[in-house]
Design a protein around this ligand. Structure first.
Ligand code: HEM
Length: 337
């Protein structure tokens, strides 16, 4: 059990003036889709969880824009999310929540609170070339240029924080350059934290999951004036024509890798196992009940998958529960009973 006071503070600090208290404080704009997950034949050797041992598992997913702004700005540079809920054969569910940023901003919930306070969105004009040179001379990250029409952004505060706290530099640099995908189905999403999976022979492995789009990763051109609202229509049109697919990749950590700090990457040559394929083929009609009200939680796991000791992962369990209750979401799985 994490510190509920801190879990609440985290939800409060994430709410922004252009957000909406009846919606999520982050990943506010989103759309759900349904389909199924099929594991690869080798997946069960590495993880005995229901969805890796059954032939096919139904899923509902929610794609989202990371920003807490309640107005759609699909074309702006922003982190995107993919939350997947697997409906397991015994009637229970398990969630895997991911975003298109491989590493998180901070190693602990306490430092994330400081980060979120520093990175509150401000009016955004970018820097002049001279200011950028001055930043480089001081070995500081310069700010990126705003997208055409982009007026507010967390980037200035986030970059200032990263300049003061080296652990944040990787996440902040990646987020500042992330851009806008041409489609929710054309981004790669990472669950960031380490989980522990148990394989067929009882072997436990420390792993990180990510979804790779079969259609490939593709961003919009940052020099073109962005369209504000295209991602949801694009997904509907895409799924009406053909399914969207993602491979679930599982990277196996080795001794010396950081298992409890999702702001630190693992070496790129770690063994990766293809665990299965997610196929999305429909967009539910009732997006209020089937997307806006849904409450995902990174702690909703199932036998065969355990949380690591990452303190950020543990704190998220309570923060998501609180956030879901405050916005009137369907009960968070951890609120039942
Ligand atoms: C201390 C760290 C974090 C805090 C406090 C936090 C907080 C939150 C909150 C309050 C929500 C809204 C939940 C709801 O109302 O249902 C949310 C949503 C979300 N977060 Fe986080 N988050 C954290 C880290 C992360 C990380 C590491 C990831 C990626 C692996 C992530 C990805 C997402 C996504 C994709 C959603 C949208 C889920 C949906 O569609 O319902 N977050 N976060």
């Amino acid at each position: 059990m994490s510190d509920p006071g801190l879990a609440e503070k985290l939800v409060k600090v994430l709410h922004r003036p252009d957000g909406d208290l009846a919606m999520r404080p982050v990943h506010t704009i989103g759309i759900s889709a349904t389909g199924y997950f099929k594991p690869t034949p080798i997946a069960r050797n590495f993880c005995t969880a229901d969805h890796f041992t059954n032939e096919k598992t139904d899923v509902i997913v929610r794609f989202s824009n990371g920003s807490g702004c309640a107005v759609v700005h699909d074309g702006w540079s922003d982190v995107r999310g993919l939350a997947v809920r697997f409906h397991l054969s015994d009637g229970s569910d398990t969630d895997l929540i991911a975003m298109n940023l491989p590493e998180f901003f901070t190693p602990t919930p306490e430092t994330f609170l400081d980060f979120a306070e520093a990175a509150k969105p401000k009016l955004y004009t970018g820097q002049t070339p001279w200011q950028k040179i001055w930043s480089y001379l001081q070995l500081m990250l310069p700010e990126r240029d705003p997208y055409p029409g982009e007026t507010i952004s967390p980037d200035e505060g986030a970059i200032g924080f990263a300049d003061r706290n080296a652990y944040s530099q990787l996440g902040v640099l990646q987020a500042a350059q992330i851009g806008a995908p041409t489609s929710y189905a054309r981004a790669a999403y990472h669950a960031c934290h380490t989980f522990i999976v148990t394989g067929a022979e009882g072997v436990r492995r420390w792993v990180r999951f990510s979804w790779q789009p079969i259609a490939g990763v593709l961003n919009t051109d940052p020099d073109e004036t962005p369209v504000d609202d295209y991602l949801q229509a694009e997904l509907r049109e895409r799924l009406a024509k053909e399914p969207a697919r993602f491979s679930l990749m599982m990277t196996i950590g080795e001794v010396g890798d950081d298992f409890n700090n999702s702001s630190r990457p693992w070496p790129p040559h770690r063994k990766r196992i293809m665990m299965g394929v997610l196929t999305l083929n429909a967009v539910p009609e009732d997006q209020i009940e089937q997307a806006e009200k849904l409450s995902f939680n990174p702690g909703l796991l199932t036998p065969g998958i355990e949380a690591s000791d990452d303190p950020v992962l543990k704190m998220r369990i309570d923060s998501y529960k609180i956030s879901s209750a405050w916005r009137g979401g369907s009960p968070c799985p951890f609120s039942k009973g």
